[in-house]
Write a protein that binds this ligand. Structure first.
Ligand SMILES: Cc1cc2nc3c(=O)[nH]c(=O)nc-3n(C[C@H](O)[C@H](O)[C@H](O)COP(=O)(O)O)c2cc1C
Length: 357
């Protein structure tokens, strides 16, 4: 089943082994190429397309400069960035692979350093800026206190997501994924752990979901009807029961609402919004959430998280726990994971294919 095609709207994915979005922190942090994908991104994404992933999802790409996690993040808010992405999508599509991009705003977790430099918050002297969020609550004691967004600023960000989606289409992407997970801006609004607003964007489930749903409506309005729109959720904040938190039950409600508004598949991750989260890591630890959302909200899903073996991935798809799997670190270790599993090597590499034993 892993190597059976999957069709969403009018787009057919050649298989169900997909590359999970992974920030590379390798774009220029200043100058005219700020936020534009660089040669590193070309090599990184091109290699996974050659390696046979059915969907190559470009990393969390900011819809505005202050929405970057780090100053070295990619963006899609200007023409230069759009042109730079086009070079990558052309190559990926030429391999018969679907090029996708995750559109994101890092919210209160913006303005941090590269992970391999410690990943800590950056001040104005290090190309940093004051982050924004639903409420003036920092992610942790080490993080800056975000400025709470006004309704007018929220409206501008909704427009920014839509404008970036238009740019993504012109740049040749065929899938857009809205990043609603990992404690970034949309998740910050969803979760009562980070959202303490008392206006129309906080309080009830409906109010906390409002920003994310407005983003989906705005993107769906500009994204072609024949192309799929994906949404990544964190299914839970992994906080103790009784604490204000985002939970699997709320995720199921959100998933149904997203599907009604034209989201075609939910990409099911978890965590990232609370410094005190406790995650029971283990093989396929997020798969039960994907399975629950698929069963209870009746929407296609992709599973992600510590899926490392072809047999494991096959079982997830073949037993209907998910419609596709995203691989992250397994593809960093081995870009050829999909062609190894399918034994379907690109023509140029066939002489190097392992001989059958
Ligand atoms: C280097 C790295 C960068 C990541 N960047 C992103 C990102 O841009 N967007 C996102 O939603 N998840 C990001 N993640 C999470 C992965 O997409 C994936 O969900 C996670 O690594 C679990 O899957 P895995 O066990 O197959 O790696 C990143 C993970 C890694 C290792």
């Amino acid at each position: 089943m892993l190597f059976e095609p999957l069709t969403l709207r009018s787009l057919t994915f050649p298989n169900r082994v997909w590359m999970s979005p992974m920030c590379q922190y390798s774009a220029a942090a200043e100058g005219p190429d700020t936020g534009a994908p660089a040669d590193w991104h070309f090599a990184h994404l091109a290699a996974r397309a050659v390696g046979g992933a059915g969907l190559v999802m470009a990393e969390a790409t900011a819809v505005s400069a202050e929405g970057r996690i780090s100053p070295a993040d990619t963006g899609l808010w200007n023409d230069r960035q759009e042109e730079a992405w086009e070079r990558i999508t052309r190559f990926v599509a030429a391999q018969g692979v679907v090029p996708g991009i995750q559109l994101a705003h890092a919210g209160r977790k913006a303005s941090t350093g590269r992970p391999w430099n410690g990943g800590g918050p950056l001040g104005p002297d290090d190309h940093g800026w004051t982050p924004v969020g639903p409420s003036p609550i920092p992610f942790s004691d080490a993080h800056a206190t975000p400025d709470a967004l006004t309704p007018a600023e929220i409206g501008k960000l909704v427009e920014a997501f839509a404008t970036s989606a238009e740019r993504a289409l012109r740049a040749g992407f065929r899938v857009v994924e809205i990043h609603g997970a990992h404690g970034y801006l949309i998740h910050e609004f969803l979760s009562p752990h980070s959202n303490r607003r008392t206006d129309a964007y906080g309080g009830t489930f409906e109010n906390r979901a409002r920003f994310g749903l407005e983003v989906v409506d705005a993107v769906r309005a500009v994204w072609p009807q024949e192309l799929p729109l994906l949404f990544r959720v964190s299914a839970t904040d992994w906080l103790p029961e009784g604490e204000p938190a985002w939970t699997p039950g709320q995720t199921v409600m959100l998933a149904a609402e997203l599907a009604a508004r034209g989201v075609d598949l939910i990409d099911v991750s978890s965590g990232g919004n609370a410094a005190t989260q406790k995650i029971p890591l283990g093989p396929g630890y997020q798969v039960p959430f994907a399975q629950q959302i698929r069963a209870e909200a009746g929407v296609p899903v992709a599973a992600v998280g510590l899926i490392t073996e072809p047999e494991q991935a096959e079982e997830i798809v073949a037993t209907g726990k998910a419609d596709a799997v995203f691989l992250g670190r397994a593809l960093l270790r081995d870009p050829y994971w999909p062609v190894r599993a399918s034994a379907n090597w690109p023509a140029q590499y066939r002489r190097g294919a392992p001989s059958p034993r």
